[in-house]
Design a protein around this ligand. Structure first.
Ligand SMILES: Cc1cc2nc3c(=O)[nH]c(=O)nc-3n(C[C@H](O)[C@H](O)[C@H](O)COP(=O)(O)OP(=O)(O)OC[C@H]3O[C@@H](n4cnc5c(N)ncnc54)[C@H](O)[C@@H]3O)c2cc1C
Length: 220
């Protein structure tokens, strides 16, 4: 158990990192930092026929849980809402690793995997969660935009997934070439990858207004 009463990261049988365990982290501050740097998660769900699907979703970290929303009309979201077991990942791709062999060529990343089942949020919890998701993905925007109507609210499922059972894996730095490859006359190293926001581009009617300060200040 950690200070906040949650199990240590990677401490359950199914979240213990076995492959390159030295790349695992049990630090919840590291987990939170990765989640706070991401914008998109992949959420897995298996349908009644046993077919797995992976849904890309925008999300927010809210303390020790992940929040995300979807359509009440979505078969897969309804399955998650009914408590289907899920696996959610968030991956920050940090670079391409160019080793001297194909075998050792790889990627640098910070990666989170969360296991569990989602809880449906309703009423005030749902309304608050929608604002938290907006504040996380589009900081400053919520106060400027029209709030959800009753119809829109009814069409929206808001789900929470606890960060109780999770793991973190990080790969960084240079390739790990085999000793016999190190002296080969080949360039090797890594190429960093960074996510950046471009210049905001208004739509036709939006061009009449200045870009809000909160948008102009978004950075990655
Ligand atoms: C961008 C990216 C690219 C990758 N490319 C490859 C590739 O091409 N080939 C390849 O074999 N592997 C790749 N990996 C690593 C891959 O995600 C697995 O960690 C690895 O394949 C070992 O899988 P396993 O089932 O043997 O892990 P195990 O160590 O047996 O998994 C046990 C538990 O460890 C945790 N865990 C495992 N992997 C991760 C992870 N990435 N993030 C968080 N928790 C994790 C989970 O809780 C899992 O249940 C990549 C990872 C990332 C993020």
């Amino acid at each position: 158990m950690t200070e906040n009463g949650l199990p240590a990261l990677g401490s359950t049988d199914r979240t213990r990192v076995r492959r390159f365990p030295e790349n695992a982290s049990d630090d919840r501050d590291v987990l939170n930092a990765i989640l706070d740097a991401g914008l998109m998660a992949f959420v897995a769900v298996t349908d009644d026929a046993g077919q797995p699907y992976i849904l890309p979703v925008g999300y927010a970290r809210d303390g020790d849980r992940i929040l995300f929303h979807g359509s009440t009309g979505s078969r897969l979201f309804r399955s998650l809402a009914a408590g289907a077991p899920t696996c959610l990942t968030v991956t920050l791709l940090d670079g391409l690793v160019l080793a001297r062999s194909a075998f050792e060529s790889s990627m640098n990343y910070r990666s989170v995997m969360v296991l569990g089942s989602c809880t449906v949020l309703d009423g005030d919890d749902k309304a608050t969660a929608l604002r938290v998701i907006s504040d996380f993905l589009l900081p400053g925007r919520w106060a400027d935009i029209r709030q959800p109507s009753k119809k829109e609210d009814a069409a929206t499922l808001v789900l929470a997934l606890s960060l109780e059972e999770a793991s973190v894996k990080i790969s960084a730095g240079d390739p790990s070439d085999a000793d016999e490859d190190v002296d080969r006359p080949i360039w090797a190293g890594h190429v960093p990858i960074r996510e950046v926001f471009g210049e905001p581009i208004p739509d036709e009617a939006g061009a009449a207004f200045p870009v809000p300060d909160y948008v102009a200040s978004w950075t990655r």
